[in-house]
Design a protein around this ligand. Structure first.
Ligand code: UDP
Ligand code: MG
Length: 325
């Protein structure tokens, strides 16, 4: 019996892309069923992450017309990672054998799906979609992505290089993922921590079919910061190290100042005083900032707020009800 797969596509203001994505994924679904790679009980689950445009209208109409389409509406915009988690949680409750998450803008090439499922059938519980190249990216996106991976490596966050959120998770991996209680989810960092047999499938990342990216620079920076602070205490260690080095330096400066005083040249010490004042002031502020960042995270985690609320569910598998996680 082929596996029951749940394809999960988070959508934030994707009305333009959906007219391309809907027919494409349905066509792919049919071909996978015909090849007996997936069960006809597989479903395509769209998660509307609080869009203001016609996304929900399109999705709910599609789910009424087509029994293979399920639609989930979150009560507001919770961000890509939480939208993915909402979809994965729902798929888990609906007892699917595996989930495959992908962008709703056709950037994650669907022709790679056959390979994903074959790997799953071979026994892999985690299959990462890895981009074979970045030629469809703008120069800016390419460079910032490279800086992102380098920084993550520097801060010792375990990431699969050139892998975003195009991935398959078998049920045991989904169950493990749902055991992570953190509010601020960074899926790319958590999945490698789960263990389980995992492998990679290479695909060529396409250009966005329509609409524009929902990851402007501001969100990219927030994403990277979240990745670092939720996985690594390296920045705090660096501060400790920096503090140690500066303290050693200040002993040197103390001797230098004493020497200058004995030589009767105190006034000329003004330069070094003003320099160390600014240097240390800067260092202290920076350190406070980094520590503050972590305390802020602790504050957010400790509150343990729900990660998303579901406003509506549409589709044959769903009973209409509201729930939260
Ligand atoms: N997305 C979402 N909530 C958000 C931002 C994005 O659900 O707050 C969805 C978006 O609709 C898309 C996927 O997440 O399906 C990835 O976003 P996008 O394609 O804009 O990012 P990029 O591929 O440019 O990095
Ligand atoms: Mg995209």
């Amino acid at each position: 019996m082929p596996p029951r797969i749940c394809f999960i596509l988070p959508c934030y203001e994707e009305e333009k892309a959906l007219s391309h994505t809907l027919p494409r994924i349905k066509e792919k679904y049919t071909s996978l069923v015909e090849k007996k790679l997936i069960s006809p009980e597989s479903r395509i689950l769209f998660v509307d992450d609080g869009s203001q445009d016609n996304t929900w209208k399109i999705l709910s109409a599609a789910s009424e017309k087509d029994p293979i389409i399920l639609a989930l509406k979150l009560s507001r915009n919770y961000g890509h990672q939480n939208a993915l988690l909402a979809g994965i949680t729902e798929a888990y409750h609906l007892d699917f054998d595996a989930t495959i998450t992908m962008d709703a803008d056709l950037q994650d090439d669907m022709d790679a799906l056959d390979e994903f499922i074959k790997k799953y059938l071979e026994g892999y519980q985690v299959v990462y979609g890895v981009r074979s190249d970045r030629s469809t990216d703008s120069f800016f996106k390419r460079e910032t992505a490279l800086a992102f991976y380098n920084m993550m490596r520097f801060f010792q966050v375990p990431l699969v290089y050139n892998h975003a959120d195009y991935r398959l998770l078998g049920r045991p991996a989904v169950e493990a993922l749902l055991a992570f209680p953190e509010r601020n989810l960074f899926l790319r960092g958590i999945i490698p921590l789960l263990g389980f047999p995992s492998t990679e499938v290479f695909y060529k990342r396409q250009e966005r079919i329509a609409g524009h990216t929902k990851y402007p620079l501001k969100k990219m920076i927030a994403f990277a910061l979240n990745g670092i602070t939720s996985f690594s205490i390296q920045p705090i260690r660096l501060i400790t190290f920096g503090g140690f080095v500066v303290s050693l330096m200040s002993i040197g400066i103390l001797f230098y100042a004493l020497f200058q005083k004995m030589a009767g040249k105190t006034v000329s010490g003004w330069t070094s005083v003003i320099f160390s004042l600014w240097f240390l002031g800067g260092l202290v502020l920076l350190s406070l900032g980094v520590i503050g960042e972590y305390i802020g995270r602790i504050y957010l985690e400790v509150k343990s707020r729900p990660r998303f609320f579901i406003e509506q569910k549409k589709g044959k598998n769903f009973h209409e009800k509201t729930s939260s996680h």
